[in-house]
Design a protein around this ligand. Structure first.
Ligand code: PGA
Ligand code: ZN
Length: 442
């Protein structure tokens, strides 16, 4: 183990943000931050900020220009100028005792509960770029700096949750459920798990093609076929089970299934304030009925994790959902908790879910992300380091998963470089760790 990196010797020499494009071709923020005072004279850390589509209501504010003449209002020039003017003049020339001290300074400058003034996309870019520049300054891999700052007990390669069929808001194929994932948990090495994922993905492509189904991909690189029939969701599960088997792997032993339902996105029009209903496979259904559908799948198939099986405001439904399924499988809160310590605490107190999805841009600083993760860990909630549907080539979340020892990563399918960039970084880390590399799956 290396010693804790000294942040107090590092001076911020410059900060510069620019508008770039994410994986959907929409603008996002990139930040360069240069530190002096480390082993490397001028260490430049660059960070690219991701962006979601099925966003939770409680997320920190992603500042967009709203100028319809540019990028249909999605420009981020205001967030960029908040970095290049407000944050730059407040931070350049300064040293900070820790990442926390820098993040707290930015939180204070923003002064709102949800980063509404500066924009979470502005603040997060600086937070991530600072940490990366600090790692470069100390000639340490990012995951090791993260491990030291977070205070993790170990370093492990996470189990990937690979979204090989896309639906919901990430495709236009009529599937309500947003993500059908394979989880290659039963391997002794990350690289072997990744290989299984890739082989299953390509086998699935052939199966879809042979059935005359589309092999075009959705936002997260999974196939997005319009599957016919009254129960297209179970049809998808069957196709994936076939692909696992045909690729030569054992479902339920080596490879498992997981779903991100993103259920806030398929609320029925008949929903009222008192009662949330879900528009699913041609009917409006109660939370209990949805839980019964999921339970039947859990009985029949090797499902080990369901994310946002119910909507973010449906806490009454979630209580029953957790009671029925929480002892059997992982129930992940994404829109439900939005990486926010306040929502997570309420969830823990009310025994809602048993796992949390971690997305740095939902909360807007790395420090607050760490605090939420630490609370989850203390409450024995499992964690998943996650991408957004709008991603970039930045692989920060791969180092985050390893450094915090959180055990799981969700970063899409086995296509699209925005997804593969994270898997490739994990391969590099596995190689770098050599005999120290442990895979969280076994
Ligand atoms: P999002 O999707 O980035 O569009 O929110 C990912 C997820 O829901 O997990
Ligand atoms: Zn989700």
């Amino acid at each position: 183990m290396s010693t804790k990196p000294a942040f107090s010797s590092l001076k911020i020499e410059s900060i510069h943000a620019r508008e770039i494009l994410d994986s959907r071709g929409f603008p996002t923020v990139e930040v360069d931050l240069v530190l002096s005072g480390g082993k490397i004279a001028n260490a430049r850390g660059t960070a690219l900020v991701p962006s979601g589509a099925s966003t939770g209501e409680g997320e920190a504010l992603e500042l967009r220009d709203g100028d319809k003449a540019r990028y249909s209002g999605k420009g981020v020039l205001k967030a960029v100028s908040n970095v290049n003017e407000i944050l730059k003049s407040a931070l350049v020339g300064k040293t900070f005792a820790s990442l926390e001290a820098l993040d707290e300074a930015m939180i204070a400058l923003d002064g709102t509960p949800n980063k509404a003034k500066l924009g979470a996309n502005a603040v997060l870019g600086v937070s991530m770029a600072y940490l990366r520049a600090a790692a470069i300054s100390h000639e340490m891999p990012l995951f090791e700096v993260i491990s030291q700052v977070y205070g993790s007990e170990g370093i492990t390669l996470p189990v990937p949750m690979m979204n090989i069929i896309n639906g919901g808001k990430h495709a236009d194929n009529g599937l309500a459920i947003q993500e059908f994932m394979i989880v290659p948990r039963g391997f002794s090495k990350f690289s072997e798990a990744l290989r299984a994922g890739s082989e299953i993905f390509h086998t699935l492509k052939k199966i879809l093609h042979d059935r005359g189904l589309s092999t075009g991909v959705g936002d997260e690189g999974g196939f997005a076929p319009a599957v016919p029939g009254a129960n297209p969701h179970e049809e998808v599960i069957k196709l994936i089970m076939q692909a696992i088997e045909k690729a030569g792997y054992e479902a339920g032993k080596q490879v498992f299934l997981a779903f991100d339902c993103a259920a806030s996105e398929f609320l029925a029009k008949t929903s009222t304030k008192e009662k949330t209903l879900y528009a699913f496979e041609g009917k409006d259904r109660t939370a209990s009925e949805m839980t019964a559908i999921y339970s039947a799948w859990v009985e029949k198939y090797p499902v080990i994790s369901i994310e946002d099986g119910l909507a973010e405001h449906d806490w009454a439904g979630w209580a029953e959902h957790t009671e029925v399924l929480g002892k059997k499988i992982q129930l992940v809160g994404d829109d439900l908790f939005v990486t926010n310590i306040t929502f997570l605490k309420q969830g823990i107190d009310r025994k809602i879910a048993n796992s949390i999805l971690i997305k740095v841009n939902q909360i807007g600083t790395v420090t607050e992300t760490f605090r939420t993760m630490q609370m989850a860990k203390a409450a024995k909630y499992t964690q998943v380091s996650s991408h957004r549907s709008g991603e970039t080539e930045d692989s920060f979340i791969a180092d985050l998963a390893v450094g915090t020892d959180c055990g799981q990563i969700k970063t899409g399918s086995l296509s699209r470089t925005d997804r593969i960039a994270k898997y490739n970084q994990l391969l590099r880390i596995e190689e770098k760790l050599g005999s120290r590399a442990r895979y969280a799956g076994k």
